[in-house]
Ligand binder design. Structure first.
Ligand code: FES
Length: 81
């Protein structure tokens, strides 16, 4: 599955770099390298609710480094085939 993290200017200011680093860590911790393709993305048009993610094109709002694990477990892992 494809996990995109928005690195547009608004999400960047809200900490998308930290979200990417945390997602990298979680992918590794769960042995999901090769199953989850982590990508950076331009603005997703959801700046008010950033950091924005897309898990297989499903928009996920309000990611931050503190809720990454919860989002990973509830929004990302269930979409891995
Ligand atoms: S900058 Fe991330 S949704 Fe716009």
């Amino acid at each position: 599955m494809v996990l995109k993290v928005c690195v547009g200017s608004s999400c960047h200011l809200r900490g998308s770099y930290d979200v990417i680093e945390e997602m990298k860590r979680l992918i590794k911790e769960h042995g999901m390298e090769g199953k989850i393709d982590l990508q950076a993305s331009f603005c997703m048009g959801n700046c008010q609710n950033g950091v924005s993610l897309k898990a297989d094109e499903v928009l996920v709002h309000n990611a931050n480094k503190d809720n990454c694990e919860e989002l990973f477990l509830t929004q990302v892992l269930p979409r891995v085939k």
